[in-house]
Design a protein around this ligand. Structure first.
Ligand code: DOR
Ligand code: ZN
Length: 360
């Protein structure tokens, strides 16, 4: 079984910096990616739009130029969201949008995940004019929808957890107050979030990762497969089914965003870095999750290749790639004398069910 698709967009991925950036960009090019949305949680984070990088902050202008250099101009488009902090203001948004560099802003729960200690609580931007300015200028909001600081069952239960809380308590309020704001609910993991997005207006969309379509918390816990540890955490079967229904529906508001996140060290003595690395392997994993065949290849193409760029107003690629139901293996990614371990290798299943070939 073999299917050919236009090159796709990964509308949520982490590339970091220095030699990790070069290696991870190459692994995205290898998997026939036409364009990327490169998350701004670098060190220091991307919290300004124009100008040179400093020791305190990076700018969209400079980080984007670096991503373009590392990819040899091979991506059709690169979006770098602005990392929202307490210093972000309405004027910055207005000017940034005018410059053409600012397409979206990223909300990360303060201290909630990797390099996310710079954010302010979501209410800040509802009250200080930032969301209003974004709405006025057509700047998209990328939301990592988790409430930080919950504990016990409130943090992680089947019917109540950090994401569930966020989609019940904040997102409806944001939508009510800013009805024209375009929002991408990033890497959704729960039925609550999937239902919310499904029932919201056309200005509300969502990305879904391959790991959240394929796995549940049982896969993480059985044998403690820590390469599957990412945030938001993989959830329960009812949630995975809701995500799968959303993705395979072909509905324009659901699209690919891998949240591929490279970590050279995952588990340490005091915990585990959050993030699954799916460079080189994401379309193959998405195909596996869809159980790709004749009957759903159109929905698959919508989800992987078309819906995302349409939502962001990006041009579609006229180059193609092929997915074939044939085993394929990948080595770990070497970065200097360290390694980044792709999710499936880390889970002890080096052979993928689908293989990918590019035509360029
Ligand atoms: O698992 C994650 N990894 N979730 C995030 O929100 C951040 C990401 C990273 O940057 O490693
Ligand atoms: Zn992310």
């Amino acid at each position: 079984m073999k299917f050919t698709f236009p090159k796709w967009y990964d509308l949520h991925a982490h590339f970091r910096q220095d030699n990790i950036l070069t290696a991870t960009i190459q692994s995205h090019l290898n998997m026939a990616c036409a364009g990327i949305l490169a998350m701004p949680n670098t060190k220091p984070p991307v919290t300004r739009v124009t100008g040179e990088n400093t020791n305190q902050y990076w700018t969209i202008e400079s980080y984007k130029a670096e991503l373009e250099r590392a990819s040899n101009g091979q991506f059709l488009d690169i979006i770098v969201p602005l990392y929202l902090t307490k210093d972000t203001n309405a004027e910055m948004i207005k000017e940034g949008a005018k410059s053409g560099l600012l397409k979206s802003c990223k909300y990360s729960p303060p201290h909630g995940t990797t390099n996310s200690e710079f954010g302010a609580p979501i209410k800040t931007y509802m009250e200080n004019g930032v969301f209003q300015a974004m709405s006025d200028a057509g700047v998209i909001l990328n939301i990592h929808g988790e409430e930080h600081g919950l504990s016990g069952e409130d943090y992680f239960g089947e019917n109540s957890n950090a994401e569930d809380y966020f989609y019940k308590n904040y997102v409806p309020e944001i939508v009510k107050q800013f009805p024209n704001l375009k929002i991408v609910c990033e890497h959704i993991t729960t039925k609550t979030a999937a239902d919310f997005v499904q029932n919201a207006g056309d200005n509300i969309a969502a990305t879904i990762t391959p790991q959240h379509l394929l796995y549940t918390v049982a896969d993480l816990l059985q044998g403690l497969k820590y390469h599957l540890y990412c945030l938001p955490l993989v959830k329960f079967e009812k949630d995975r089914q809701a995500l799968l229904n959303a993705a395979t529906s072909g509905h324009a508001k659901f699209f690919a965003g891998t949240d591929s996140a490279p970590h050279t060290t995952k588990a340490t003595e005091c915990g585990c870095a959050a993030g699954c690395f799916t460079g080189d392997i994401a379309p193959q994993l998405y195909a596996e999750s869809f159980d790709l065949d004749e009957s759903n290849k159109e929905a698959f193409e919508n989800f992987l290749c078309l819906n995302g760029p349409k939502f962001y107003g990006l041009s579609l690629s006229d180059e193609t790639f092929t997915l074939e139901k044939m085993p394929q293996e990948f080595p770990n990614l070497k970065v200097g004398n360290q390694e980044i371990i792709p999710l499936t290798n880390g889970m002890g299943r080096p052979s993928l069910a689908w293989s990918l070939s590019k035509h360029d």
